[in-house]
Write a protein that binds this ligand. Structure first.
Ligand code: PLP
Length: 312
């Protein structure tokens, strides 16, 4: 047996074809299932990479303490890696996160600092920075660290190409922009016609893990020249698509994956033929406190066909 730690199980996630979702014969949809990572999300990849680089550069010392602002997946990934590598971990998070998230953080032994729900993740980032400066914690800072992008450029992107050399479009949610920047750049280097399409919540809508640029937050890692378009998705559509994915394919994915599927289907309608790769960032377990799968929200008439597709 190889010497293997839990950190060595990150990445090399499966990609599966969604055979019952494609809107017409010419288009094939493939989903990269990031819930196969040890804490169940894509964020294990970037946290491992950022922590390793911080160790290598000496910014993080053995037995050190790491702080981060997160509404879920990054915090959980950091809590796990802190345990595995012997670091104290503190997560700053808004009070309205899904209840499974603080419980998971606590199970991994992370400390939690709350900020009021209405102040959101932007305030959580400020508070984490203040604590880091005042108390000498190392701030992970997934929004600013280029190792976030590198984890995808060197990991997720090549894995997709190894499974499917001919990708016509890559569709993923936009949070820190790490996934879209890293995978997008890698796929475009292999084939300059590959399109990178960002999925954002419709302004005023919430989709866990995703950010709306129109709401005023521009992730520092975002380089618009690597994006070919963005599709704005309402939360109702994301919920229904996640439920539909479970029904048609037996895949239990999270809400942002529902948003990605909804957006990819929109894009597929205008594509005569080709391969679309969808990145499903996590699974549905954390969101079971909602009735999403048993009672997905009814479509409101006014909601139909209201998603905006923006190309540049
Ligand atoms: C569930 C979920 N989906 C998608 C994303 C977006 O990924 P990225 O931060 O790489 O843009 C995140 C990240 O925060 C997330 O937690």
């Amino acid at each position: 047996m190889h010497e293997t730690t839990v950190l060595d199980t990150i990445g090399r996630t499966p990609m599966v074809e969604l055979r019952h979702c494609s809107p017409h014969e010419g288009v094939r949809l493939f989903a990269k299932l990031e819930s196969w990572n040890p804490t169940g999300s894509v964020k294990d990849r970037i946290v491992r990479r950022m922590v390793q680089e911080a160790e290598r550069s000496g910014r993080l010392e053995p037995g050190g303490r790491i702080i981060e602002a997160s509404t879920g997946n990054t915090g959980i990934a950091l809590a796990m890696i802190g345990r595995a590598r012997g670091y104290g971990v503190r997560i700053v998070t808004p009070e309205n996160v899904f209840p499974g998230i603080p419980r998971t953080l606590a199970a991994y032994g992370a400390e939690i600092t709350w900020v009021p729900a209405e102040e959101g993740v932007r305030r959580a980032i400020e508070v984490a920075r203040e604590i880091a400066a005042r108390e000498g914690w190392f701030m992970l800072d997934q929004f600013a660290d280029a190792n976030n992008v590198r984890a995808h450029y060197e990991g997720t992107g090549p894995e997709i190409l190894a499974d499917l050399p001919n990708v016509n479009a890559f569709v993923a949610g936009l949070g820190t922009a790490g996934t879209l920047m890293g995978v997008g750049r890698r796929l475009k280097e292999a084939n300059r016609d590959t399109l990178a399409i960002a999925v954002e919540p419709h302004p005023g809508n919430q989709v866990q893990g995703l950010k709306s640029l129109a709401d005023g937050f521009v992730p520092p890692l975002l380089d618009y020249s690597l994006l070919d378009g963005k599709i704005l998705v309402r939360s109702g559509h994301a919920f229904r698509a996640a439920a539909e994915l479970m029904r048609r394919e037996g895949i239990f994915a999270g809400v942002s994956s529902g948003a990605v599927l909804h957006a990819a289907l929109k894009f597929a309608q205008r594509l005569p033929s080709g391969n679309i790769v969808l990145l499903f960032a996590d699974s549905g377990w954390k969101y079971l406190s909602t009735d999403l799968w048993t009672r997905p929200p009814e479509a409101e008439e006014s909601e139909e066909e209201l998603d905006d597709v923006i190309w540049w």
